[in-house]
Write a protein that binds this ligand. Structure first.
Ligand code: BGC
Length: 356
């Protein structure tokens, strides 16, 4: 490289670095009412509707301008919506993506000095963002695995069917591997017998849409008896299985996560064994505190949430670099402590009345 060119490159990079570094506090007085935060959720199921609105409300409370968009479950649609947030002048994006096809948009944001926080799901395949906030998803999986062991009488061997979430979503891997840490010893000792498949690639459900696994489900649930336990990665999957294959008779031990209202009802009446409560109101609030500190150019400091270090830091490995990962604690909910969800005001008054 000749000297002139290196100098030019130095100038260009220097300028980009300088302007990005100072986006937040370059304005003489930091005025939140002039700053737009863009929120992009992947789809409109209960989990993401709740999260999206919780983030929006937390950001509005701090005085920011907010634009919340929901994709239709496809990355192409989300990319278009994120691009529109960029065009509207968003200074920071809080994003739960669908898959790695989001990377060009993240790079575009970086080029425009827009900070990105990966929310709940790691954005893989890019090094063009810095922060990720989520729950300890390995723990979520372990809780699911443990709930199955607790529900079964393993003095005789039991049949289990394993499912996992979208293999393109790193969370699905964390949940599944976490659960398998608990289940594998019982499988190895012969106490648990997995029907059809124990690898994520074989048991994962594309796009988290249970109907995408319906032929595998048909083959198993319409043919094999008894099924004693089902590892279902989330509440939506658990309910799909319960409603389509176990609408009458005994339901096997079956896991979930997200504390969806309909699953809480199933837990109450004994159809679903457990769920994992990931209080997205706190996740949302912390993500917004985070956003606020980034925009103001302050050091990140959020009480009660840990920066993943050691093996846990691996959770932030995008395949290109390891982003700073902040983890919150999930909580198991089953029939014995369902009241905690009610007491936590997780549901609307009408929903609470139905559960009490
Ligand atoms: C989330 C789960 C959710 C799933 C499907 C995962 O990334 O962590 O809470 O059930 O996506 O939307």
């Amino acid at each position: 490289m000749n000297k002139k060119l290196s100098f030019l490159l130095f100038l260009v990079f220097g300028l980009v670095f300088f302007s990005c570094k100072n986006t937040a506090n370059s304005t003489p007085s930091f005025d939140r009412s002039k700053i737009l935060i863009g929120i992009a959720m992947p789809e409109t199921v209960e989990r993401w509707t709740k999260d999206g609105n919780a983030i929006k409300n937390a950001a509005l409370e701090l005085g920011y301008k907010v634009e919340l968009v929901f994709a239709d479950g496809t990355q192409a649609d989300q990319n278009t919506k994120i691009q529109s947030l960029v065009t509207q002048g968003a200074k920071l994006l809080i994003v739960t993506n669908i898959n790695a096809e989001i990377t060009p948009v993240i790079t575009e944001a970086k080029d425009k000095c827009i900070a990105v926080i990966a929310y709940d799901r790691l954005i893989q395949g890019t090094g063009d963002y810095e922060y990720y906030i989520t729950f300890n998803n390995d723990k979520v999986g372990q809780m699911q695995g443990q709930a199955i062991i607790d529900a079964l009488d393993l003095t005789s061997s039991k049949n289990i069917v394993l499912f996992a979430g979208n293999p393109d979503d790193k969370n699905a891997e964390f949940f599944f591997n976490g659960a398998m840490k608990i289940l594998t010893p019982q499988i190895t000792s012969g106490k648990l017998f997995p029907i059809d498949g124990i690898d994520l690639s074989a048991v994962g459900i594309d796009n988290w849409k249970p109907e995408n696994a319906s032929s595998r489900m048909d083959a198993i649930f319409k043919g094999i008896d008894p099924i004693d336990a089902i590892l279902a990665p989330n509440d939506a999957t658990a309910r799909y299985i319960i409603e389509n294959y176990f609408s009458s008779g005994t339901v096997p031990a079956i896991t979930g996560q997200d504390a969806d209202f309909d699953s809480a009802k199933y837990i109450k009446n004994g159809k679903q064994t457990m769920t994992v409560f990931k209080d997205s109101r706190s996740l949302a609030k912390n993500a917004v505190t985070f956003a606020d500190q980034i925009l103001e150019g302050k050091a990140i400091n959020i009480s009660g949430i840990i920066l993943a270090t050691g093996v846990l830091a691996e959770m932030g490995n995008t395949g290109v670099k390891t982003v700073k990962t902040y983890l919150m604690d999930p909580k198991v909910i089953n029939k014995n402590n369902l009241q905690e969800l009610i007491d936590a005001d997780w549901f609307t008054p009408e929903q609470k009345a139905e559960l009490e």
